[in-house]
Ligand binder design. Structure first.
Ligand SMILES: Cc1cc2nc3c(=O)[nH]c(=O)nc-3n(C[C@H](O)[C@H](O)[C@H](O)COP(=O)(O)O)c2cc1C
Length: 164
């Protein structure tokens, strides 16, 4: 694995499923590691999303998402929702509609319901700033780390080597 890939994974973000839905589109979800808290008051999260993902347009249309924190043993969830163009993508797990209509994952450690506020272009991704409206602690456990997923996201082929 490239040195830069190993180094970036030591930033040690967790792994979540971001679920989205809109009136025009049924629910979808994708695995994400680039999600972080960026404010206390109000509680804001930044979600970095590739605008080519199916979830991006749905999120923008619907204006709401849930951020569902995975437990370290839930690799099957990370792998399944890390794939694009899967028929019946939401078939894995128990998804229950949240107040804004987007499903939340009942097997997650925590599920946040969030409202889209604005977006910032960031290289090949868009950073969505969203406000946490509801926080539900659902299960006990230890959160999965991005580094636990090794090259599941194919990042070894996506990142440019950085000069030392
Ligand atoms: C461990 C892991 C972490 C990922 N992190 C992100 C991320 O933070 N942002 C992003 O846009 N895609 C991320 N991806 C890639 C998406 O999950 C993947 O491209 C997915 O197929 C998009 O689904 P969609 O097209 O149905 O929306 C990650 C994938 C994996 C396996």
């Amino acid at each position: 694995m490239k040195e830069i890939i190993k180094a970036l994974k030591q930033l040690n973000s967790g792994v979540v499923l971001v679920a989205v839905a809109s009136e025009a589109h049924k629910a979808n979800a994708f695995t994400a590691a680039w999600v972080m808290q960026v404010s206390f008051d109000p509680v804001l999260l930044a979600i970095s999303i590739n605008s080519e993902h199916t979830s991006y347009d749905i999120f923008k249309e619907g204006g709401c998402c849930t951020v569902n924190i995975l437990e370290q043993s839930q690799m099957e969830f990370a792998a399944h929702y890390g794939q694009s163009g899967v028929t019946d993508k939401m078939s894995l797990g128990t998804w229950v509609a949240s107040e804004c209509g987007v499903p939340s994952l009942q097997e997650a450690l925590v599920s946040f319901e969030c409202k889209w506020l604005n977006e910032i272009a960031a290289g090949d991704h868009q950073v969505i700033i969203c406000e946490v409206l509801v926080s539900k602690a659902l299960n006990e456990g230890v959160a999965m780390l991005y580094s636990d997923t090794e090259n599941m996201d194919g990042s070894a082929e996506l990142v440019a080597e950085i000069e030392k």
